[in-house]
Design a protein around this ligand. Sequence first.
Ligand code: HEC
Ligand code: HEC
Length: 263
Amino acid sequence: MRRFSTLASVVIGAAVWVAGPQAQAAEGHASASISNGKAIFTQGKGDVPACNSCHGEGGMGNDAMGTPRLAGQISQFIVKPLEDFANDRRQDTTMFVMNTNAKGLSPQDRRDVAAYASTLGPHGTLPGASDLSNLADLKAGGTELGVGYQGKAIVNYGIPERGVPACRSCHDYNGRGVDPIYPMIGGQKFVYLINQLNHWRDGSRANDPMAQMQKVAKSLTDSEIRDIATFLSHASPLTIGNSRTPERHGFMTFDTGSTTVGD
Ligand code: HEC
Ligand code: HEC
């Protein structure tokens, strides 16, 4: 019962930020112009620079700049951060550019560029090694890495004795994401993952519905954050022996097991 009521409140929480003028776009890409989105992504618009100048040609993100992968991200989860940056609900404390960039685009532009970026890159497969974080390079450059299998355990099972829920209970298998609320975090850039978990933990990022991520991150140690990022940055969305992913799971496919979701 508890699990059900938590899910129900998640849905309600989501409805709050999906409602409004964006509601229609949240239904799909019907009202988005991919060609306008592509123009913004590759050429910029007005004072807003081309997105690919920081997020990479293919939108796969860049560890040196601390930019996230946008390619293949759930479209609504590119719109939502852009709306949050535009309305100062979230601050970019990495390069201090995203608030200005998002404000420089109209709501329609933001939907268009999100729709375009979500079409980029591999869908439902693990990107090639050159598109994923180069952990060996990061280590050589002095970045401390974690232990992948320990991160995997947290993603799958959480840390029950400290009330940390399994990441998988919301973000699905290996963090492949659940449309439209739970972003894809598997195959995301290492540096970005570390930054965001730190930001949730210290409260400098607080745009998550019902503080779900702040609660999760609060109990994580630095080394656990490194373990998680080490695993997730190379986590495949494919289950073993299965060459196809179910397209963007709905709520009913959740495998929360006995995990306690939320607080
Ligand atoms: C000058 C570099 C730069 C440019 C240009 C840029 N970004 Fe970003 N973007 C960043 C950085 C850095 C972050 C990470 C912010 C943080 O750490 O919170 C980011 C974060 C984001 C996020 C949040 C993703 C998530 O998973 O929450 C979105 C969405 C985004 N950018 C979209 C865009 C779009 C669309 C454009 C083009 C209109 C663009 N960015 C142009 C640097 C840039
Ligand atoms: C109760 C559900 C829930 C659980 C459990 C959960 N998350 Fe999240 N997570 C969310 C939501 C919702 C968001 C989107 C927040 C927003 O709207 O910006 C999110 C966002 C994130 C982001 C930012 C993604 C981006 O593109 O900016 C990261 C990283 C993340 N989660 C990692 C984790 C990790 C690691 C765990 C397990 C230790 C975890 N999450 C467990 C609900 C959850």
